[in-house]
Design a protein around this ligand. Structure first.
Ligand SMILES: *Cc1c(COP(=O)(O)O)cnc(C)c1O
Length: 368
């Protein structure tokens, strides 16, 4: 994708916030539990390579990604010896590519292991479906057969076993506890306990630090965001959001009563009012549902009026502004804040989606 370096719309990533979130989380963890930085999906929109560097500086002991290509991107960027685990499904045809690059893969089907001819050792993490219903084995019998198959192939090492919780971000814990019990039953049925047992995402690691096992997969909260609004006030430390989204007014004008703006002419001025056009739109991830939400100008709320276009958006100003004035879409401006949580609430989605949606057309600038 082409990045808009010559357009005044940018994302600022505060590396210090990422380091602080990691350090605060490490203080909660028993010393022998490793923190892995989850950097899938371009690090939840924050930029995979720079986030990986920052996380490593702060003490992350490895990385989790969703797809093999993300793991290869880390290797290419110079993360030569770091632990990398692919959490999603990888095609059997690509097993050798992973093996040659020392990338650990998730396995959750017996047949994936049949007729696997490897040219290099491959580390495997067995995924258990303890209740998420997504990927994973579901019985002790399957676990036993997979353990046997892995033992028969001298290039395969069962390095890890893990599961993923469906409700760790809820205060009610009965489903979580059932999942933990299901997972433990499969874990203890194995002839040999793999070296790395891991279960916790951000929510579980923050609320249930005792179930860290050997490693945690720390994603959303590394970026300073709460795993859910419900647990925001139960978190053990204050999270520092790392991402801010800014743009500048490229055109400012005064509307007369009856003047309309944008496609469909859905907004019409009822009095004389100042408006500004912003060089950001749904192709950048500022989706059309942002229409009616607001941004910050000089610390004041300015509503998004009319329909958000592909590359441009129009806001209503409290008074005349100079062309080139800064606009905060997510972030802090003169003591007022718009968070990814605020945007998520308005859009009826989750903060994860708000940052993941921000496309690579917006340049990322790294501070601190
Ligand atoms: C994305 C993901 C995580 C990270 O979850 P957060 O809620 O962002 O901490 C952990 N484990 C798996 C399997 C995932 O897919």
């Amino acid at each position: 994708m082409v990045t808009g370096w010559h357009r005044p719309t940018w994302i600022e990533i505060d590396r210090a916030a990422i380091r602080e979130n990691i350090k605060n989380e490490q203080k909660q963890l028993p010393e022998n539990v490793a923190l892995w930085a989850v950097v899938k999906a371009n690090a939840y929109g924050h930029g995979i390579i720079e986030v990986a560097k920052t996380a490593k500086e702060a003490g992350a002991k490895g990385f989790c990604v969703a797809i093999l290509d993300e793991a290869l991107a880390l290797r290419e960027a110079g993360f030569q010896d770091d632990f990398i685990l692919v959490l999603g499904a990888t095609k059997k045809e690509d097993a050798n590519l992973a093996a040659k690059n020392q990338i650990a893969l998730t396995v959750f089907r017996e047949d994936w292991l049949d007729d696997l001819v490897l040219e290099a050792p491959l580390r495997i993490h067995l995924k258990v479906d303890s209740g998420m219903g997504r990927l994973g084995i579901r019985s002790t019998e399957e676990a036993g057969r997979i353990e046997t198959k892995i033992a028969r192939n001298k290039e395969l090492e069962l390095e890890g076993i893990y599961t993923h919780f469906a409700t760790a971000d809820q205060l009610e814990t009965s489903y979580f506890e059932q999942q933990l019990a299901n997972f433990t039953a499969i874990l203890t049925s194995l002839a040999t306990r793999p070296a790395i047992v891991h279960t916790a995402n951000s929510a579980a690691s923050l609320l249930q630090p005792q179930i860290g096992f050997d490693a945690i997969r720390f994603g959303i909260s590394m970026y300073g965001l709460t795993p859910s609004p419900e647990i925001k006030t139960s978190l053990p430390f204050e999270l520092k959001p790392a991402l801010a989204l800014y743009t500048e007014m490229v055109h400012v004008k005064e509307l007369a009563p009856g003047d309309s703006v944008s496609y469909g002419a859905t907004y019409t001025a009822t009095e004389r009012e100042w408006v500004a056009t912003l060089p950001i739109g749904y192709a950048d991830g500022l989706i059309r549902h942002y229409s009616g939400f607001h941004v910050l100008v000089d610390g004041q709320l300015a509503p998004i009026i009319g329909r958000v276009c592909m590359d441009q958006t129009i806001i209503k100003l409290p008074h005349e502004f100079q062309t080139g004035s800064k606009v905060t879409i997510i972030g802090v401006d003169h003591g007022n804040t718009i968070t990814a949580d605020d945007a998520a609430e308005y859009l009826d989605t989750i903060n994860y989606e708000v940052t993941c949606l921000l496309t690579e057309r917006i340049p990322r600038k790294y501070i601190h």
